[in-house]
Structure formats: structure tokens, C-alpha cells
Design a protein around this ligand. Structure first.
Ligand SMILES: [Zn+2]
Length: 377
């Protein structure tokens, strides 16, 4: 049996308390492809937590049948710091209470390590050897990252575990949404395969990674050395497993089996066969996603459901103005700026002026995408 579970101690946040990460490993280091999967880096996004529990159970059975053909590293909860951030009984795990921002932004860029490794690679080396040299350098770089604060340390540990992987799945969820995947445009074909295996109806394609989320920290070093003719050694995506309330055994089992189908397709595991449900995949450039903002403060009343096709200028919701003297006149329409598929909505009904309340996977690039190119702060 190769399944091992390790406990990695983390910095103590306060006297008298301890933190740690659990890491499940299957297969043998250096044998076959390495896959890294983590859940709930945003610590208030819980569907992936249950999915990984089921995935571990499936992989244990696969292992009993000698079906593990690669190396699989699973981090069943990636952010114990965020999970401990409670206010009035509510876990607020998206942004660091220590003032270091969104947990899925500003991940270290190890491109320099890859570039230095390329300078020392012999030209006659095979592509596989060149990729292995870069991965070794990236791992060394990740191990040398500063660990001054608990969050610095957490990032360094997660990067060290993941940065030499061939496949990285960072499992998140939205507020209320269809399953969707964020991928780099250069990894479209393999991401489409993942979407089919996961029966995931929406694929969002980024031109260039911005904001330095976790998935792009895995890709950036390979883009930096692309000009030297070495193909990317890592397929890295963010997998959004519906909305925050979509936590059930049936959904989690189905998602775990989707991941298993993809790992089988890649030859990481063997001996498991299951058919993916039929799915029509809507592909959209990230810059063509209408990140809909509320035009007023009030109660949002939806006119469109998740999965509905909408047309440009169509009303998708109304904001009910609670200050209106005449309620019949106190409804402001929320219109789509783009035709496309409504795949995400804000779960909370009380919204403020300018809140992002919906996402539409559109058909054409919008002039006016907000912020850093990512869809949520
Ligand atoms: Zn997230």
C-alpha cells in the first residue's frame, strides 16, 4: 500500500494553539504523472471539502486493485487559517483577517527559478529531462520562500507540494452557480477534456493570468521559458464546484468520479470505468464574461435562472428599492450587457449599489471588464 497521510505543522497563530495541514499521498514519487488537488483555499467554499473526502475513498479502493499508476497528492483542506475566521458564527474565509488580502491572489511567481534552470540545461537533453530540471528548480525555489507570517508559510508549503506537478486542480466554488472551470487559453484542449469528464457546462478561458491566483502560480514559470522551446510541464486550472450551499454526498460523489475519469484519461489511475453524463460545454473568454453589477441597493429578485440563455439588454433581475414611497414604482431592472449563459448569481438577496451579483458567459469581449481581469475580488 502506498497511501500515506502526513501532518505538516504550521506556525502557531497565538500562544496555546496549533495549526497543521493534512496531506494524503498515493502512488510513488517519480512514477508516472504527478497530480496535485486541493480544496477550499477560499475557506468558505466547502463543496470541494466533501468531494475530496469521497475522492480519497475511491482512490483507496483503486489502490487495493493496484490501479495507481502515478503520484497523487491531495490536500483535503488547504486553508486552516481561513477556516478559523468566524464573525458572529459565520466563516469569512475569502480574505485574510491579517490584512494580507484575498487568499487566492498574490501567490509567489517562481519564473526566475525556471529561467535560471533553462540556462543550465544541456541542449541535447530530452524534453522530459528539461522539464524535470525546471521542476526541480521550482521545487527548490518554493522551499526557499519566506515563511515570516502564518499566511506566507501556508503559501510556501502549498506551493512546495504542488509546483512540480503535471496536473493541478484547485477546487473552489461560487456563491450560487453552475459548475465551471477557469483555464489558460494555452491549455484549452486538456481543460476541455476535464470539463467533459466532470460534466462541467462552462469553461472560462484566460488570455494571460492576472492577479496571481494559485492556478497561475503553477503556469507562469512555464510561460516564462516558453520561448526556449520547452513545452509547459503543468496543466493547472481552477475548478468551481457550483455554489456554497451545494454540499451533498450525491454531488460530491459525482464530482469525485468526474475527477477519477480525468485521472484515468491521463493514465494516472487504471481499472476504473464510468461514463460521464452528457454535457454541452459553453466556452467563453474571461474578458467576455459580463460580471453584472447591481445598479442600486435593495433586494434582488431574479427573473432568470442559472443555466438560462440571455440576450443583450434583457432584464435578468430587478432591484427592489426599499425606500420607494410607492412599491409599484420601486423596481429597477438589471440588464445583461452581453448575450450568453447565466452561470452564477449572488446568493444573498440584500445587495448594495455596485455589488457583483451575477456572471454571464458572453459571446463577445466587453470593453469594460472590471479590475484585474479576474471576476471577483
Ligand atoms: Zn474561491
Amino acid at each position: 500500500m502506498t497511501h500515506t497521510v502526513s501532518k505538516i505543522p504550521l506556525l502557531s497563530p497565538t500562544p496555546g494553539t496549533e495549526r497543521h495541514l493534512k496531506i494524503h499521498r498515493f502512488g510513488q514519487q517519480g512514477v508516472g504523472l504527478k497530480v496535485y488537488i486541493q480544496a477550499a483555499l477560499h475557506a468558505d467554499e466547502w463543496p470541494g471539502l466533501l468531494t475530496l473526502q469521497h475522492l480519497i475513498g475511491v482512490l483507496k479502493k483503486v489502490e487495493q486493485n493496484d490501479g495507481i499508476k502515478g503520484e497523487i497528492v491531495l490536500v483535503p483542506y488547504a486553508n486552516p487559517i481561513g477556516m478559523d475566521q468566524r464573525v458572529n458564527g459565520v466563516v469569512l474565509g475569502r480574505h485574510s483577517f491579517s490584512g494580507q488580502g484575498n487568499y487566492n491572489r498574490n501567490w509567489p511567481d517562481l519564473s526566475v527559478m525556471a529561467e535560471e534552470a533553462v540556462m543550465n540545461i544541456k541542449p541535447e537533453a530530452s524534453i522530459k529531462q528539461k522539464q524535470a530540471s525546471i521542476k526541480k528548480a521550482l521545487k527548490t525555489g518554493a522551499n526557499l520562500l519566506p515563511k515570516m507570517t502564518p499566511l506566507d508559510e501556508l503559501k510556501a508549503v502549498l506551493l512546495s507540494e504542488s509546483i512540480d506537478s503535471d496536473i493541478v486542480l484547485d477546487v473552489h466554488c461560487d456563491s450560487e452557480a453552475l459548475p465551471h472551470i477557469y483555464c489558460n487559453k494555452k491549455q484549452l484542449s486538456e481543460s476541455l477534456e476535464l470539463a467533459y469528464d466532470m460534466a462541467c457546462p462552462v469553461l472560462l478561458i484566460e488570455d494571460m493570468p492576472e492577479g496571481d491566483p494559485f492556478d497561475s502560480a503553477q503556469i507562469k514559470p512555464w510561460l516564462a521559458v516558453e520561448k526556449s522551446g520547452i513545452p509547459s510541464g503543468c496543466h493547472s486550472v481552477t475548478l468551481e464546484l457550483r455554489g456554497q450551499s451545494d454540499v451533498s454526498d450525491s454531488l460530491a460523489i459525482s464530482d469525485a468520479l468526474g475527477i477519477v475519469r480525468f485521472l484515468s484519461r491521463r493514465g494516472v489511475i487504471d481499472g476504473v470505468t464510468s461514463e460521464a453524463p452528457e454535457v454541452k460545454i459553453h466556452q467563453s473568454n474571461l474578458a467576455a464574461v459580463d460580471s453584472v453589477r447591481s445598479p442600486a441597493s435593495g433586494i434582488v429578485v431574479w427573473e432568470k435562472e442559472l443555466g438560462d440563455s440571455v440576450t443583450k439588454d434583457e432584464t435578468i433581475a430587478h432591484i427592489v428599492d426599499l425606500d420607494a414611497d410607492d412599491p409599484s414604482l420601486g423596481r429597477l431592472p438589471v440588464v445583461a450587457r452581453s448575450s450568453g449563459l447565466l452561470f452564477s448569481r449572488q446568493r444573498d438577496a440584500l445587495v448594495s449599489h455596485g455589488d457583483r451579483i451575477a456572471k454571464i458567459a458572453g459571446d463577445s469581449i466587453l470593453e469594460n471588464i472590471y479590475g484585474d481581469g479576474l471576476l471577483a475580488l
